[in-house]
Design a protein around this ligand. Structure first.
Ligand SMILES: Cc1ncc(COP(=O)(O)O)c(C=O)c1O
Length: 420
């Protein structure tokens, strides 16, 4: 048993990317054979199904034995707990009655409903920009934006920890793509010096796997020196940072120095979708050139209406942010007291470094049995040998849930000798 466990853990997804065959299906059997061996050991058990909303306590069907588990959930984004706010649910239900389920068309053709227009206007007002454009997901926002704007011969220079949607948008644009060392303005400068012509610097407010904040003033100063445009993805920092929740750009007073603002609805707003906020000229251009929006059905009007309500509540109730930060401080101090390695995180995203894929899956399983839902994060979401757990804190967590979760986590990390 031990040796089989060792052999399955010698491989990961990256070993099944290429296959020497003329048949695209030839990779399927070797991959599935490896996966069949790995699953009984608790590895790669992704997508275990939840039967409750993504809040502090959930029920989950365990992938291995099909057991129904009650768990403290430390994995979901829902940073302000808005996905389950009664007013948000009521707004979505009302929209379901008014519009039906789907938009039944691309936003450039027949898919734009008044609720989408209102949401875009609300977002533009919130971000204090001339215009905001809604996309069906955060992923398609970055892909549509970058591939819509950049061309072969141009340069996209992104932080090496940039989200896959930024990387994929850059690749799809066929511009030259370079990565600078994470949060390192000096390395950004080195990369910019090598680039000629049109340049876009792509960065994030809070990095989704490390939970650290970007050094925006230094990065913006370097970008400006080399005439590059800056896009800032505030997926994880909107309604977390900034005096009124407008993110890291607001925190640093640099909202007008960032050329393109990106955000998602799937994090603090508890919904789904994404947006680009900027000038009216940018909006008009992307309307024709952001192919992930042009050639995709508009966001469901039901979600659009729910997100409008979330956005209204998040602006109206800054106490939600206070509650989130109180929870963040509470759990971070528990973890730090115990000497947990949380890397450079300073935010609501708290990584727990394990640095070994096999161990991260084993511990994940043990945590499920002990009452905590915590997702393993491995390659390609993070670099190889940087595997970890990622704790996500919400204003919706009760103190009891956080204390129970932290106590279980610390006990298991000790038993597994991650904590000594
Ligand atoms: C920085 C960043 N941008 C974009 C996305 C994609 O957003 P969505 O999941 O809403 O498609 C994510 C997802 O986690 C993210 O972390």
């Amino acid at each position: 048993m031990q040796s089989q466990a060792a052999s399955v853990s010698d491989y990961d997804y990256s070993n099944f990317f290429y296959h020497a065959s003329d048949d695209p299906f030839a990779i399927l059997e070797p991959f599935n054979e490896w996966l069949r061996n790995a699953l009984p050991h608790g590895y790669y058990l992704f997508s275990q199904a939840m039967s409750t909303p993504p809040q502090g306590e959930i029920r989950l069907t365990e992938g291995l034995r099909g057991r129904q588990l009650r768990l403290v959930n430390l994995s979901s984004y829902n940073y302000l707990g808005l996905s389950v706010r009664p007013e948000v649910i009521a707004a979505a239900k009302e929209a379901l009655d008014a519009y039906g389920l789907g938009a039944a068309g691309s936003p450039i053709l027949s898919g734009m409903m008044d609720v989408h227009v209102q949401l875009e206007e609300d977002l533009a007002r919130f971000k204090k920009k001339e215009a905001a454009m809604v996309f069906p997901t955060g992923y398609s926002t970055n892909v549509g934006l970058i591939a819509g704007l950049m061309r072969p011969g141009d340069w996209v220079i992104a932080d090496q920890s940039a989200h896959a949607s930024i990387v994929d948008g850059a690749i799809l644009s066929k511009a030259s793509v370079r990565f600078f060392r994470h949060n390192n303005p000096a390395d950004l400068e080195r990369k910019l010096k090598q680039a000629t012509g049109k340049k876009l610097v792509a960065i994030e407010g809070v990095y989704s796997m490390d939970g650290d904040v970007c050094p925006l003033p230094e990065l913006v100063a370097v970008a400006k020196k080399y005439g590059a445009r800056v896009m800032l993805d505030e997926a994880h920092s909107t309604f977390v940072y900034g005096p009124t929740g407008r993110g890291v750009a607001e925190l640093y007073g640099l909202e007008n120095d960032v050329d393109i603002h990106v955000g998602t609805f799937s994090k603090s707003l508890g919904g789904q979708g994404g947006y680009v906020a900027g000038s009216r000229n940018l909006y008009n251009y992307l309307k024709g050139f952001a192919r992930s929006r042009v050639f995709s059905c508009a966001l469901s009007p039901v979600v659009a209406a729910g997100v409008r309500k979330s956005l209204e509540i998040a602006q109206r109730e800054p106490e939600l942010r206070d509650a989130l930060w109180a929870n963040v401080r509470h759990i971070r101090s528990r973890l730090e007291e115990e000497g947990v390695d949380v890397g450079d995180s300073t935010s609501q995203i708290v990584p727990i470094m394990v640095r070994n894929d096999r161990r991260v899956f084993e511990i994940c399983h043990k945590l499920l049995g002990a009452g905590v839902y915590l997702q393993p994060v491995i390659y390609p979401a993070v670099a190889k040998h940087r595997s970890r757990f990622r704790v996500s804190i919400s204003a919706g967590h009760t103190r009891e849930q956080l204390d129970e979760g932290a106590a279980i986590l610390i006990r298991v990390l000790r038993e597994e000798r991650i904590l000594v």
